[in-house]
Design a protein around this ligand. Structure first.
Ligand SMILES: C[S@@+](CC[C@H](N)C(=O)[O-])C[C@H]1O[C@@H](n2cnc3c(N)ncnc32)[C@H](O)[C@@H]1O
Length: 205
């Protein structure tokens, strides 16, 4: 089985029992650091059940393009769609079941690319693709686990990208963005219950 199939299967099994409380809180913290502008073209990369996309959709103006929400797992996206329907946001999100790297968008077409709790599966290739997909001055916002708490179990340990360093602290997380050529990076550690992650925002020059 290749990595994409393994990810599809692992998250497909998790979809019905997903921890929305934790992931909605992480998404909220990410959007505090990297808020969308009202009319922005935004992508939620490896969106899962849409923790980020749903909150972005609530902040955008009615004339903004639909948020692109893309994930490998059909089951996770189905949960996201159901949540969007419950919140009356079904038309505000363009759900896609597909690999997120490369993003299915034109070069320079996005204002903001967000990726919560997923970049460690995608690896550095995602950051390079985000530079392609963003317009000059566009922003990227992502979260990563902190090394001190990162203990992926079973299958998940084998699915983590090997070319992206898991940061020890907020300072090290900045270098993930700068190594990929992003500028003006800011980061902060976010604590949700007993778990901490680091959130980063940076710009494409
Ligand atoms: C821990 S979940 C996070 C989901 C969501 N961003 C959130 O904050 O709840 C990781 C997600 O990454 C997705 N994923 C991993 N690798 C992917 C890839 N190459 N392309 C698309 N989705 C991917 C998985 O299917 C899963 O839904």
């Amino acid at each position: 089985m290749n990595v994409s199939d393994a990810i599809r299967m692992a998250f497909g099994e998790l979809a019905g029992d997903y921890d929305h409380v934790h992931h909605d809180a992480v998404a909220h913290a990410l959007l505090e650091l990297a808020p969308p502008g009202a009319g922005d073209a935004v992508a939620d990369v490896a969106c899962g059940a849409g923790a980020v996309a749903l909150q972005v959709a609530e902040r955008l103006s009615a004339s903004a393009p639909a948020v692109l929400a893309i994930d490998l797992s059909e089951e996770m996206v189905a949960v996201g769609r159901a949540r969007a329907e419950q919140r009356g946001r079904i038309g505000a999100i363009d759900w896609r079941v597909a690999p997120a790297v490369p993003l299915p968008v034109e070069d320079g077409s996005l204002d903001l690319i967000l990726c919560a709790s997923s970049l460690h599966f995608l690896g550095m290739a995602a950051l390079a693709d985000w530079r392609r997909a963003l317009r000059p001055g566009g922003r990227v916002g992502f979260t990563l686990p902190l090394a001190s708490q990162f203990r992926p179990s079973g299958t998940f340990a084998e699915l983590v990208a090997t070319d992206l360093p898991i940061p020890e602290d907020a300072e090290q997380a900045l270098s993930v963005a700068s190594a990929a050529g992003f500028a003006d990076a800011e980061s902060r550690v976010v604590t949700v219950g007993s778990r901490a992650v680091v959130a980063v925002v940076a710009s494409k020059r």
